[in-house]
Design a protein around this ligand. Sequence first.
Ligand code: MN
Ligand code: ZN
Length: 336
Amino acid sequence: MKAIFVKEPKSLEIVDLPEPVVKAGEVLVRVRAAGICGSDMHIYHGTNPLAKYPRVIGHEFAGEVVAVGGGVNSPKIGDHVAVDPVTACGACYPCSIGRPNVCTKLEVFGVHRDGGMAEFVAVPSRNAHIAPKDWPFEKLVMTEPFSIAANTLSRSECTSRDLVLVMGAGPIGLTILMGAKLLGARVAVADILDSRLKVAKDLGAELAINSKNQDLEREMNKWTDGVGVPLVIDAVCIPELFAQLLRIASPAGRVAHLSFSEKPTMISSLEVTKKELAIIGSRLNCNMFPRVIDWFGKGLEPEKLVSHKFSFTEVVAAFRLIEEKPLETCKVLLTF
Ligand code: MN
Ligand code: ZN
């Protein structure tokens, strides 16, 4: 089978690998679509501190079940599945309290183990989530990016009573916007690029603020009648912004983070204490695939974030497009 292989940083090629053999408890998935994520770009460039090489990349993938291992009742051969890339030990402290996405022995397909940018992948049956067969694979493959939003909104307990500020209108910020809207929240989005803010507006953002030209703190103050924003979500991940986000948050507010920056940042503890802020990290997803498939069934249209599709044989061109035209690309998919 063909697979997209990063032998070492900066080396991306399509290679021939043996088809995986399905073991007990696993299903073999014939991959039909895979999404290219910022983190795939980081693995390619050698800037993902968690990645191990060589690696078949891809943690956003969906396809059809073509074989099942011993002891597997579901899914069945022929089912269309979105694959949750998170695998966990099931025994450590975070696993024991239902938080497998921060397992001490966490392994993510496409990062710590070979992933989904291949014609076939064997995955644990519990990671393969069935979706209606009349949904295109391009929709199904968006389950993983939206699971990031679902996890953030679940961790931060977003409800219809919330006013939410999403920092950053890249693909992740936009999935959070769409998820929060589906939950009934009112959402403002901030970015420094007008083209992205226009997309946010089209997707239902009540306010789209260019934080380069506008005073974000003043705008948020106006929007909330001086109370502050109950839920602030940082999907832009610039450490220097952290202190400002704490100032923007309302008393009893929550500030959620998706940043992978190692750079320290200065914040005021007083700000956290006097307002009783909750600072929440969100990583990957904790069993959110069924919820996202439910969102898609309720009318959330993930295809709106797909800007380009390529055959996997054109993966080099797809990566080049993302690098050279970041403003024209949102989610870029590979078909298999
Ligand atoms: Mn991703
Ligand atoms: Zn564990």
